[in-house]
Write a protein that binds this ligand. Structure first.
Ligand code: SF4
Ligand code: SF4
Length: 211
């Protein structure tokens, strides 16, 4: 029977193993350092995220979710990332409107946990409610982001320019009316699209009926 000769590569590996010892993973004694391009756990950045939900819409496996609380005292949106569902595809980062900084893949790969409830992280954003009907418009940071993005065009829409002026501290934060008025003053409030339409279409008739 003919014994096959060892190939050069195998001989080199054998000599290397004789000198350096066999290769084994040193984890967990020595922490593994992943490659800089490794796609690990996505992490929300509270400072950069504007709460627009683009990432939630593109996630292919529903590893991102949100819940809104429209309580007038503390309206807020909670954004969640579920590690146990995530496939680390990076679509959320790619779609993030905040220059891809609102949520970013990290190098975090050590994601084991005992309790499934620990497999999620959340951030909170402040919601903007309609000052006429108290419906949710979007997050305050999102309105500010749109106003900044479109610049002077924001002055064609009271919701946007008031959001911008409030964020700059030029307009009082507490100018809120929960009353359905549809008078002239409602046209210069932060209102949802439905109330904007109604205030525009009905003001004339409303003013006439009041006389
Ligand atoms: S990395 Fe992919 S799967 Fe994970 S949260 Fe982002 S979009 Fe969803
Ligand atoms: S700003 Fe980025 S991270 Fe925040 S909700 Fe929008 S897409 Fe998601």
């Amino acid at each position: 029977m003919r014994i096959p000769k060892p190939k050069i590569r195998e001989l080199i590996e054998a000599i290397k193993a004789l000198i350096k010892g066999p290769y084994t993973s040193k984890f967990p004694k020595i922490t593994h350092k992943p490659h800089p391009n490794f796609r690990g756990q996505p992490i929300y950045n509270d400072e950069k995220c504007v709460g627009c939900l683009a990432c939630v819409q593109v996630c292919p496996v529903e590893a991102l979710g949100y819940e809104d609380s429209a309580s007038p005292e503390n309206p807020k949106r909670k954004l969640h990332h579920y590690t146990d569902t995530c496939i680390f595809c990076g679509q959320c980062e790619t779609a993030c409107i905040a220059d891809r900084e609102g949520i970013k893949l990290s190098n975090d790969w050590e994601l084991s946990f005992f309790d499934r409830k620990e497999a999620s992280e959340s951030i909170e954003k402040e919601l903007q409610l309609c000052e006429v009907c108290a419906d949710i418009i979007t997050c305050k940071d999102h309105l500010k982001w749109i106003a900044e993005k479109i610049g002077e065009l924001a002055f064609s829409n009271p919701t946007l320019y008031l959001s911008r002026l409030k964020s700059l501290g030029i307009v009082d934060e507490n100018i809120v009316s929960a009353l359905k008025d549809y008078g002239r003053s409602d046209r210069t409030k932060i209102v949802c699209a439905r109330c904007r339409r109604e205030t525009t279409l009905t003001t004339k008739e409303y003013e006439a009926n009041k006389k």
